[in-house]
Design a binder for this molecule. Structure first.
Ligand code: ZN
Length: 232
């Protein structure tokens, strides 16, 4: 669940030099898109079906105004982390989701939460993202501040990262999508994590108010009214 800022390919890199991962291209004016147009899921991965369910659930909640070409979602076999969002400055590179560990839907939604946070607002000078500074997120910040501090095993720097506003946003976004999914498989996974008192999830009673604030963020940003394509 790492945020990774890495160097992207630059066009003037001489041949033979180490290739950096490419950032996703931008084209045309930003427009409101469904999330199915914002990310490109892996097709041949064993995770494909589960990721599609998770993306469909997120897509029923909101879209994104964007000029990005679809951001690739890559299934990895890493066990050191559930996923990663890689980017450079304001541009995404990819979302990485581990096939290992049986929590791919949650991991994917968490990284999708980072992508949205980064793409809704990015301040070039301070490098702040929407969850930390954007006005539309202010009531969510207040509600999230009242949540129990979940604690991960590990040292203080890991703890600080886990409590950062980026992480609290990504975790509360993923939980909201699973909660509102009306998808029995995703609801079952959420219930199981709550029963296990998983550190990435809050208990239902205290999370209810935050889920409403996550939805209201997208409402305020005008990302909930996807216009239906006109029938020809
Ligand atoms: Zn994260």
């Amino acid at each position: 669940m790492q945020l990774k800022s890495v160097r992207c390919t630059t066009e003037d890199l001489p041949m033979g030099q180490r290739r950096y991962p490419e950032c996703v291209a931008r084209e045309g004016k930003p427009r409101l898109r469904s999330l199915e147009d914002v990310v490109a899921l892996p097709r041949r991965s064993p995770l494909a079906a589960e990721l599609q369910r998770a993306l469909a659930a997120a897509s029923r909640l909101h879209g994104l105004r964007s000029d990005l070409s679809p951001v690739p979602v890559v299934a990895t076999a890493t066990i050191s982390e559930a996923g990663a969002y890689r980017f450079r400055k304001r541009d995404p590179i990819d979302l990485r989701v581990s096939r290992v560990g049986g929590r791919s839907a949650l991991g994917f939604l968490h990284e999708l939460g980072h992508l949205l946070d980064h793409q809704i607002f990015y301040d070039r000078k301070t490098r702040s993202w929407a969850s930390a500074v954007h006005q539309a997120f202010a009531p969510w910040r207040e509600a999230a501040a009242l949540l129990d501090k979940r604690v991960l095993p590990g040292g203080s720097s890991r703890q600080r990262y886990f409590q950062s506003v980026h992480e609290v946003w990504a975790r509360s976004y993923a939980q909201t999508v699973m909660l509102r999914s009306a998808d029995s498989a995703l609801a079952r996974q959420l219930g199981k994590l709550q029963a296990e008192d998983d550190a990435h999830i809050w208990q239902a009673a205290q999370f209810a108010a935050v889920a409403i604030e996550v939805e209201l963020v997208f409402e305020r940003l005008g990302l909930r009214q996807l216009s239906l394509p006109l029938a020809a």
